[in-house]
Design a protein around this ligand. Structure first.
Ligand code: HEM
Length: 196
């Protein structure tokens, strides 16, 4: 069976938490701008999701850049390796920039930033119509860029898992128990290795 180097549990939890939150923020974002009746309620949910994403991505980036990552399968060549690292950094940049732009956009529009129904966040940009217009456009462009980058990311993982059969997806799943050993990779009975 192909050997799989798996991410540690905290990285896998952070990955799927981010995936659910970003998918929800995109979904609610696109629905609310096309909804007259529910706009007010949806925008409050959207802002809460967006600020949660900012917090989770800061934690995730701190985790990512202070720990080494498990080795990629042998099916990943040197050019693809560079693409993997580049697209990962791009995703981090987008996931950090998008909530900050959203927060700054609402600030520039002069509206209150309320999350979890009660917590008022401070403004991070001056009240300014031109700035609001610019940030509003940027928020849309980054939303579409996020959709494209996530689509490319999911397609690449599925291509590896289904056509090259290198079990790429197993690096991020919870399917089987794996022996975790701090500081060095370890292997379990089913060929799954974890790295801390
Ligand atoms: C990763 C986090 C976020 C994602 C993926 C995201 C995504 C989106 C999307 C897809 C739209 C609709 C864009 C369009 O169709 O033009 C949108 C609109 C909006 N977003 Fe976000 N957003 C995020 C974070 C935030 C944050 C943190 C805030 C504010 C604190 C925010 C405030 C808004 C507002 C107010 C709108 C609607 C603007 C309008 O009605 O014209 N977003 N967002």
């Amino acid at each position: 069976m192909t050997e799989v180097h798996r991410y540690p549990i905290r990285t896998r939890v952070l990955h799927w938490l981010t995936a659910v939150l970003v998918f929800s923020a995109l979904f609610v974002g696109f629905v609310m701008v096309n909804s007259l009746a529910s706009y007010g309620a949806l925008v409050r949910v959207h802002m809460t999701l967006g600020v949660l994403i900012l917090v989770v991505v800061v934690v995730r980036a701190a985790n990512r850049f202070t720990h080494r990552t498990p080795a990629l399968p042998a099916t990943v060549g040197s050019v693809e390796h560079k693409l993997v690292v580049g697209s990962e950094l791009g995703l981090y940049a987008l996931m950090l920039a998008q909530p900050l732009i959203g927060w700054a956009m609402v600030s520039a529009g002069g509206r209150p930033i309320v999350v979890f129904g009660a917590i008022h966040l401070p403004r991070i940009a001056p009240f300014d119509a031109d700035l609001y217009f610019f940030l509003r456009q940027a928020h849309s462009v980054l939303a579409y860029l996020l959709v494209l980058t996530i689509a490319a990311h999911v397609s690449a993982v599925l291509l590896h898992t289904l056509t090259l059969r290198d079990r790429m997806l197993s690096r991020m799943t919870f399917g089987r128990d794996a022996i975790e050993q701090k500081g060095a990779p370890s292997e379990d009975r089913e060929g799954i290795m974890t790295v801390d």
